[in-house]
Design a binder for this molecule. Structure first.
Ligand code: GLU
Length: 297
């Protein structure tokens, strides 16, 4: 058994997930990721989970986690098991951090953001500051990352990260006492998920997540990064920028639109939501998704 792993076996079936942060309402951009992940998982007869990435309290928008769930339901998405909340997994993240501390893979860093070169990777200044106790006051905790991680993204093709040069020592525990998003996401995906399908804006963070998964001796999932939806001004649709939320009044229309944007072959006339899903899942082809990082919608 791998001591870094909470579940000591890999799931026998494929497991996919949609992992919105509750920072706003569901918009077309996040719908593309949800639809691609759902069809990919269901076409493998896999389990699909809904995870709410609610660890960054200050960025959360009250009520948005509920609203996202309601919109997904209105569109006919069905997830397996209860909704997973990152905020309820803090013990698991602490356990993962302890695993890194015990192996001396982390260090305490009190560099202020201002003191670090802007736009460059962390220069390794505090690398020899051992972590003996936890929590630490006024220090972030970084994991030492080096070596190469490579994977074949099912949409974007082969990807390689040189962890020292492209990523740097990633923060696993924040100075304000919160788990870092990179650690939480790495642990959750490695513990529970076999196929991560998400927006290509998250591709850059995948190097750090894979570095963390490797440091924890966990098994990485497979990845597919679908293009990010851009508006007419060339800005990414995001909950943050208050992109127009998905209109639930005509679920079929918005699903058909997302389906088409994902490059899928047109479906025969679908009269009901049930019809749509019944036809869409077997027709899903990941290799038809445009191999670009962005697309205008
Ligand atoms: N929670 C992230 C977001 O809403 C997505 C994380 C992921 O899919 O890995 O942007």
């Amino acid at each position: 058994m791998n001591p870094g792993r909470q579940d000591d076996h890999l799931p026998a079936v494929a497991v996919g997930r949609f992992a919105p942060s509750p920072t706003g309402l569901l918009h077309l951009g996040s719908l593309l990721a949800a639809l691609a992940s759902y069809c990919d998982t269901r076409s493998r007869q896999g389990l699909w989970q809904l995870r709410i990435d609610d660890i960054d309290g200050p960025r959360s928008m009250p009520g948005s986690a509920d609203a996202i769930q309601k919109t997904l339901e209105a569109l006919g998405f069905e997830w397996d098991g209860p909704v997973l909340w990152q905020g309820r997994r803090l013990d698991r993240y602490r356990e993962a951090l302890q695993y890194l501390i015990d192996r001396d893979l982390v260090f305490a860093c009190n560099c202020s953001r201002k003191s670090l070169p802007r736009g460059e990777i962390y220069p390794g200044r505090c690398r020899d500051h051992t972590v003996d106790t936890f929590p630490l006051e006024d220090h972030a905790i970084r994991v030492r990352l080096s070596g190469i991680v490579a994977f074949n993204d099912a949409v974007q093709g082969p990807q390689t990260f040189d962890l020292s040069q492209d990523v740097g020592d990633s923060i696993v525990w924040r100075r304000d006492g919160l788990v870092s998003y990179a650690l939480a996401c790495a642990v959750d995906d490695a513990d529970k998920v076999t196929h991560v399908v998400r927006g290509a804006d998250l591709l850059a963070g995948t190097g750090a997540q894979l570095g963390i998964i490797k440091a924890l001796d966990l098994t990485p999932p497979e990845y597919a990064h679908v293009p990010v939806a851009m508006d007419a001004n060339g800005d990414k649709l995001s909950k943050h920028s208050q992109a127009c939320p998905v209109d639930e009044s005509d679920p079929l229309e918005i699903l058909q639109r997302a389906w088409q944007l994902l490059g899928q072959q047109p479906l025969p006339e679908t009269g009901s939501l049930a019809d749509f899903w019944q036809r869409a899942i077997p027709a899903w082809q990941m290799n038809r998704v445009p191999r670009t990082r962005q697309m205008s919608v």
